[in-house]
Write a protein that binds this ligand. Sequence first.
Ligand code: GDP
Length: 451
Amino acid sequence: MFENLSDKLQRSFKTLRGQGTITDDNIAEALREIRLALLESDVNLAVVTDLVEHIRTRALGTQVTTALSPSEQIVKIVHDELVNLLGKDTARFQKSSQPPSVILMAGLQGSGKTTTSGKLAQWLKKAGHRPMLVSVDVYRPAAREQLAIVARTISAQLYEGKLTDGEANTDSVLRLAKEAKREAASFGCDILIVDTAGRNQIDAALMDEMAALKKQLNPSEILFVADAMTGQDAVNSAKAFNDLLTITGAILTKMDGDARGGAALSIRHVTGAPIKFLGTGEKPDAFEPFHPDRIVSRIMGMGDIATLLERAEEKLDRGKAEQFAKKALSGDGFSLDDFRDQLRQIKKMGSMQSILKMLPSVGPFAGMAQAAENVDEKQFTRVESIINSMTDKERKDHEIINGNRRKRIARGSGTTVQDVNNLLRQYAQMRKMFKTIGGGGGIKAQQRMMS
Ligand code: GDP
């Protein structure tokens, strides 16, 4: 997500390094590069022109006496302007005064509407709501079946309704929607998520149907689901939907792919509606609220520690982590059982790549985000299956694992003896390192000083 743009922006800031003050001349070069970086990331031309002009005006108006160097000043200005572009605050989720609040999901076919409806339902459930899902795609039974599967996966309420043959028209769409709203109310569901029919492209019939649905359901949110990989096309269709329906927000899907990020930076400027969520994978929990400041931090190479900590808070078991730390630092050290436990905990936070990418590319973590590209996710699985192939006794006391046992473990885990050796060596090193910290100087000494 945004790696390319991030790299290019870092480079453009470098042109200003070492300069005493910001002048028309020395900023021109940096601005040219910023402009190019944005255009190459598929940001809408009008957005780029506006943004660069804002940055120029603010940069030239900046007091030279400030404590920041010119490149630091530009970094700050670009940061602020990007936050302005995306909307300062995280967008609020609107509800109607009378439940159920209706969320109308709009978008083209394949944009990820059905998947996202499920993700949104799951997210709302976690936030303490009782959502109900309904698909009003009367034209494609497969689409309704897909939503039914999604609802089952996340254990969410679903209104299936009944359709007789030949009922593939707007009237039946409206009837189904009306029944679902009534059903949601009688089931005590406070939110109804309506997955609508998508087309390959925008046509008058689709738009008429969406307008009729809006009129009937009086939704509190009309969310446009856009495939970020389609770049400017996503922005153009967002505009077309917005012109007709006045969307209340957008959800950008497939941000885990190699989308250049242009759509994310353009949608709000072009439609006036904020991005409310991002889809970052196919699984139901690959979904996050859109926080403009955090996204800008990622773009500026400052990482997104806030999201990382939130994920850790949500997914990790604090008690287990503390137990592990205590054991690891004690004289006995941690066993291979504990080690496997920790691996599983980390895996819960997502792929190693996605974790590393949230670290700042400057400062103490420099290079980690870049290293993410080379991370072999399979390595984790390999390590886990090696430990799984050990007996309980071996996991508790690694010293009994002799040559024969190593051969057996390699066979059992589909790896080589060398893989097993490597793992045991790394494990022994880690144990030693932790013990040293726990025993000699490190933490104990510090604790003594503090007590
Ligand atoms: P719809 O036609 O708009 O309802 O689209 P679907 O929900 O059927 O999604 C189309 C395809 O995109 C499916 O294969 C989904 O698994 C995939 N998809 C949806 N959202 C994401 C996402 O955020 N990341 C990735 N990688 N794939 C996604």
